[in-house]
Design a protein around this ligand. Structure first.
Ligand code: CAA
Length: 252
C-alpha cells in the first residue's frame, strides 16, 4: 500500500483567499477523502496547503450574512466532520497559516506535522464568534484547559515550534511546505507499509481514548486486541518475527 498527498485541491487553489474553507471546498475535499478511503491501495493520506497557508479558516465572506435559522436548520459546517469518520490515517502537513477552521481541520487529522514557523490560532473571538468545528474540544484535549482557554479567549496565534512543545503537533520541522510534506510522507509511507487491519484497529483505539474513561478505554482496547487474533495478519506478523523474515501482509 502507498501514501497519497492531497495538496491544494482545486477549490483550495484560491491563494488570494489563503485557502479559506468554503462549502464548495468541503464538497470537494470530502469527495477526495472518500475516494482515498475506498481505494485499497492507499494506506495513509497527507493533507497539505501551501507555503503561505494550510488554511486561513472558514470563509468569512461566505458566512458573514448567515442567520441563526439558516446555520441551525442546515447544520452549517457539519459536513466538515467527515474527516473524523475516516479509517485511513490522515497526517496534516501544516505550513503558513492554520487559523480558525484551518487549525480545526488540522486537529481533525490523526497526526499534525508543521513547520516551526507555521501560524496556528483560533481567532474567532476577534470576529465576534467562537470556534465551530471542534476547536474548543480538540485543542483543550490536546494542550489542556488553561492553555486552550487562553488561546481561544485572546485569539492569540502560536507557532509550529510552540505547538510541538505543547503537544498539539507531533513534529515541527525546519523549512517550508516541501520539507514538512517530505517528513509527513515518510511517516505516511511507514504507516502504509503495515497491516491495514492493524492500522485501522490502532487508530480506532487511540481515538476511543478521547471519548472513554480510562477503565472503559483499557477494556475497549483489550477487546480489539483480542479481535486481532482473528486476523490473518496477526498470524503472518508473529510467524515472520519468529522466522526472522519480513512480514508480507495480507491486509485481512
Ligand atoms: N475567509 C475569507 N477570506 C479570507 C480569509 C478567510 N478566513 N482569510 C483571508 N482571506 C482573504 C482576505 O480577505 C484577502 O482577500 P482580498 O485580497 O480579496 O482582500 C486575502 O485572503 C489575503 O488576505 P490578507 O490580505 O488578510 O493577507 P495577510 O497576509 O495580510 O493576512 C491572515 C493573512 C493573517 C491569514 C489574515 O488574512 C486573516 O486574519 N484571515 C482571517 C483568519 C480568521 O479569522 N480565521 C477564522 C475564520 S472563522 C472560523 O474559521 C470559524 C470556525 O471555527 C469554523
Amino acid at each position: 500500500m502507498s501514501a497519497v498527498v492531497l495538496r491544494n485541491l482545486r477549490c483550495l487553489e484560491s491563494p488570494k483567499a489563503l485557502n479559506a474553507l468554503s462549502s464548495a471546498l468541503f464538497v470537494e475535499l470530502n469527495e477526495a477523502l472518500k475516494e482515498c478511503e475506498e481505494d485499497s491501495e492507499i494506506g495513509a493520506i497527507v493533507l497539505t496547503g501551501s507555503d503561505k497557508a494550510f488554511a486561513a479558516g472558514a470563509d468569512i465572506k461566505e458566512m458573514a450574512s448567515l442567520t441563526f435559522a439558516e446555520a441551525y436548520s442546515k447544520n452549517f459546517i457539519a459536513s466538515w466532520s467527515f474527516m473524523s469518520s475516516l479509517r485511513t490515517p490522515v497526517i496534516a502537513a501544516v505550513s503558513g497559516h492554520a487559523l480558525g477552521g484551518g487549525c480545526e481541520l488540522a486537529m481533525m487529522c490523526d497526526i499534525i506535522y508543521a513547520t516551526k514557523t507555521a501560524n496556528f490560532g483560533q481567532p474567532e473571538i476577534k470576529l465576534g464568534t467562537i470556534p465551530g468545528a471542534g476547536g474548543s474540544q480538540r485543542l483543550t484535549k490536546a494542550i489542556g484547559k488553561s492553555k486552550a482557554m487562553e488561546l481561544i479567549l485572546t485569539g492569540n496565534n502560536y507557532s509550529g515550534e510552540q505547538a510541538e512543545k505543547d503537544g498539539l503537533v507531533a513534529k515541527a520541522v525546519e523549512g517550508g511546505n516541501k520539507e514538512v510534506v517530505d517528513q509527513a510522507l515518510a511517516t505516511a509511507a511507514k504507516i502504509a507499509s503495515y497491516s491495514r487491519v492493524a492500522v485501522v484497529a490502532a487508530k480506532e483505539v487511540v481515538n476511543k481514548s478521547q471519548d472513554l474513561g480510562i477503565r472503559e478505554g483499557v477494556e475497549y482496547e483489550r477487546r480489539i486486541f483480542h479481535a486481532l487474533f482473528g486476523s490473518q495478519d496477526q498470524k503472518i506478523g508473529m510467524k515472520a518475527f519468529a522466522e526472522k523474515k519480513k512480514a508480507e501482509w495480507s491486509h485481512s
